[in-house]
Design a protein around this ligand. Structure first.
Ligand SMILES: C[S@@+](CC[C@H](N)C(=O)[O-])C[C@H]1O[C@@H](n2cnc3c(N)ncnc32)[C@H](O)[C@@H]1O
Length: 354
């Protein structure tokens, strides 16, 4: 045995324990608003931080303990004051917008809630239903609401030549697996001359989407609760000028059926804009992926299992570019362009035509 290799591995595992625990505490810091409160405070005592955030001081102090030992927050033992440095708040607060990495830490605690059910699936097969994930749609909407919405106009719409003009002139748009519909709702706000339809399996997500768009007074958008498993058969022919899916194909029960349905309901000169997880389709190459472990974990404990629970394929989030292109070709698409956005390490953006 290589002693040095073993020692380095053990050290790494110990760090992993600390970092896993830190994720739970970052999620709490985000949800309770502690990071946001500290961002607006000069160095303060635990009592002051607790009071400003309306939280219990004993819990806040213990949370601060984890933040100090992980070097997220600075502490002065003389004054007993705590400080969140600006270099850190730039990635932990709501004010940080799309750079707020704290949002993603919520996936770790969310996945922890289904560990027992996942272990049962390891033993017996099957999957865990969406209903077992208490906050999935909320977290997902926060995730895409920050990572996609922040660059919708600057980076994403420009991926398709002339799309902005077409949306302004008035076209018909369908969003597949729209979840809470924040992206589609923003598009409907930006382009009142176009018509937007969102479809998703989740009643909870669609009710949120309907309520949200109604509150904004939009009358060019509608949402439907729809199981897309047999979309290859149920899709209306040549109906839409633009079809989008944001991170919503790999976790479908039958991804190929959905893609065939998209091909069917896209007009002949239409465009399908597809955001899906970046990966190579080869696990040995995914070793180089900056968040490979995170993505395989989310896949195993969410994307793959929710698909299997629907009697689906369980494709998994890490199906990768090669397999994505293969599925798109099987669905009948002739032109597939893969785009990578500099700020987005998690996704590929495919511009697809018939
Ligand atoms: C990862 S989420 C993405 C949600 C949304 N596009 C976003 O970016 O926030 C995948 C979505 O696919 C939906 N979905 C999963 N299986 C489905 C099915 N069989 N039919 C319709 N939608 C489904 C889920 O309910 C979920 O909202």
């Amino acid at each position: 045995m290589d002693e040095k290799k073993a020692e380095a591995f053990a050290d790494n595992l110990v760090n992993t324990l600390n970092n896993g625990a830190l994720c739970l505490m970052i999620s709490i810091g985000h949800r309770t608003g502690l990071f946001d409160v500290m961002n607006n405070l000069s160095p303060s005592t635990s009592e002051e931080i607790a009071e400003k955030s309306g939280l219990n001081e004993r819990y806040v102090r213990e949370w601060l303990g984890a933040m100090i030992t992980s070097k997220v927050i600075d502490y002065d033992p003389e004054t007993e004051k705590y400080n969140l440095p600006p270099e850190h708040s730039a990635f932990l607060t709501r004010a940080a917008g799309a750079d707020n990495i704290a949002v993603f830490s919520q996936y770790i605690s969310e996945l922890g809630t289904v560990e027992n059910e996942i272990i049962e699936c390891f033993q017996k097969g099957g999957g865990v239903p969406y209903s077992s994930f208490p906050r999935f749609h909320e977290i997902m909407a926060e995730d895409s609401g920050q990572s996609v919405l922040s660059t919708l106009e600057s980076h994403i719409i420009p991926l398709v030549p002339d799309l902005s003009e077409k949306l302004e002139n008035g076209i018909s748009v369908l969003d597949i697996g729209c979840g809470r519909g924040l992206i589609l709702t923003r598009l409907a706000e930006l382009y009142p001359g176009s018509k937007f339809t969102g479809k998703d399996l989740s009643t909870e997500a669609i009710e949120f989407a309907r309520h949200n768009s109604k509150q904004k007074g939009l009358n060019n958008i509608e949402f439907a609760i729809k199981d897309l498993t047999n979309f290859d058969q149920t899709a209306q022919s040549e109906t839409y000028d633009l079809i989008t899916s944001f991170d919503a194909i790999h976790d479908q029960a039958k991804p190929l059926n959905v893609l065939i349905g998209i091909h069917k309901s896209l007009k002949n000169d239409g465009v399908y804009l597809m955001q899906d997880i970046s990966g190579t389709s080869h696990v040995d190459k995914d070793v180089e992926h900056p968040i490979g472990t995170l993505l395989y974990t989310i896949s195993c404990m969410h994307c793959m299992t929710v698909s299997l629970e629907q009697g689906g394929e369980g494709l998994g989030a890490m199906w990768g570019e090669e397999k994505t292109r293969d599925y798109l070709q099987q669905a009948g698409f002739g032109s597939i362009e893969t785009n990578k956005l500099d700020h987005d390490i998690q996704n590929y953006w495919y511009v697809v035509k018939k």
